[in-house]
Design a protein around this ligand. Structure first.
Ligand code: SAM
Ligand code: SF4
Length: 372
């Protein structure tokens, strides 16, 4: 089995360079920057490498009603309530991010739809659509969709991601440990009935669902949904050996090409996926390849945890603490300045690596803490 042994950021680092220092310095003040042409004012949130940060992912809870084997250990312990931002705090912070140039917000977790009263936050953020915010989306395991699909649409959500790694109910139970396949299927149907566009996210897992990808293509494309495949990332301690789970998507793509005609497209949905059109189905298939192809170069996003820590990179440990600021009664100016300061620390890329010698997670926190 061929594992990649080179930290991918090394590859990336050699190909790009940051903006000149004098240019970045002015970009990270809290002031609107004047350019030589006074009519073009720089209000975008730019990182030291000139990438515009317009996408915020918010983990609204670390809790979940599933225990997917690649994501969590079965005996996860969760955060005490007082450590987690209240819905008011989350709303305030998101609002300031929107004021500072964030155009897209994705709510995730943990399982966002198990957070008590989560629809209050969705409704309030929905109120910012067409008032700074261009899109509000959610990533869910689908278990609560039957209950919430209509309300999500009502609040302005138009597309959602649903995670689904297999179409076999018994395997579904095995991979999620606690999940109910029928409930998720009902949720997907309810979401479609409500008018939500759906992208199914599937983590490619060695020896588990490699053979099922064609069936997942037929299932999703046959129902007007996109499908995105994701390489498993080494985040957080789990009960299993990750090297046994990892399969490069380049291998999967090669196999798929024996059966399907994959036509590269330039389509993007704001995230890291690269899309092809499957000629035989007419549907879209995405590949998220953090391991085999570094997606950092075009990274436009930052991630807020449910404890108010802002991670500028999914695969690095540096974070800014917004909870302390919020709870010390910081005003909006201070929050805006803290956002600029944090973005000025956004690193060039992650250091994920899965290899025979590397059985430890690249970062200690779980995907459910940072928000996938
Ligand atoms: N609970 C929701 C769900 O499952 O869709 C949202 C949170 S979950 C952490 C978000 C996404 O991250 C899911 O699509 C999940 O499959 C993916 N994920 C979790 N752990 C991962 C890992 N170690 N590597 C790659 N993807 C992972
Ligand atoms: Fe829960 Fe999503 Fe992690 Fe599965 S991937 S355990 S559904 S947070």
């Amino acid at each position: 089995m061929a594992f990649r042994e080179v930290p991918l950021t090394q590859v990336f680092r050699s190909t790009t360079s940051p903006l000149p220092r004098e240019q970045t310095a002015s970009l990270f003040t809290n002031e609107v920057v004047s350019r030589s042409d006074a009519s073009t004012r720089e209000t975008r949130l730019l990182d030291p490498f000139g990438r515009s940060v317009s996408y915020l992912r918010v983990s609204v809870t670390d809790r979940c009603d599933f225990r997917c084997t690649y994501c969590m250990s079965e005996t996860m312990s969760f955060l005490p309530k007082m450590d987690v931002l209240t819905l008011d705090e989350l709303h305030r912070l998101c609002s300031v991010f929107i004021d500072r140039g964030v155009k897209r917000i994705r709510l995730t977790g943990g399982e966002p739809l198990v957070r008590k009263n989560i629809m209050e936050l969705v409704r309030r953020l929905g109120g910012r659509l067409d008032n700074g915010l261009e899109e509000l989306t959610i990533t869910t395991n689908g278990s609560q969709l039957s209950r919430y699909a209509g309300e999500l649409f009502d609040c302005g959500v138009r597309r959602i991601n649903v995670s689904l790694d297999t179409l076999d109910p018994e395997k579904f139970r095995r991979i999620t440990r606690w999940g109910d396949f029928t409930k998720v299927m009902e949720g997907i149907e309810a979401a479609q009935r409500a008018g939500l566009r759906i992208k199914i996210n599937t983590v490619a897992l060695k020896g588990f669902n490699e053979q099922e990808i064609p069936a997942l293509i037929d299932f999703t494309h046959g129902r007007g949904m996109d499908l995105t495949l994701i390489e498993t990332m080494p985040m957080g301690e789990i009960d299993e050996d990750r090297t046994g789970q990892y399969v490069p998507l380049s291998d999967i793509r090669t196999k798929l090409e024996q059966q399907f005609t994959l036509v590269d497209t330039t389509a993007r949905t704001g995230g890291p996926a690269r899309y092809v059109t499957v000629k035989e189905t007419g549907g879209r298939l995405g590949f998220i390849t953090p391991m085999t192809h570094n997606f950092c170069e075009s990274c436009n996003r930052v991630r807020l945890t449910c404890t108010g820590r802002l991670f500028m990179c999914l695969g690095q440990d540096d974070a800014a603490d917004f909870r302390a600021l919020l709870r010390s009664n910081a005003d909006d100016r201070q929050l805006l300045a803290a956002i600029d300061e944090a973005i000025s620390r956004k690193p060039k890329g992650h250091d994920f690596i899965i290899g025979r010698q590397n059985l430890r997670p690249a970062v200690a926190r779980h995907m459910s803490a940072t928000g996938g």
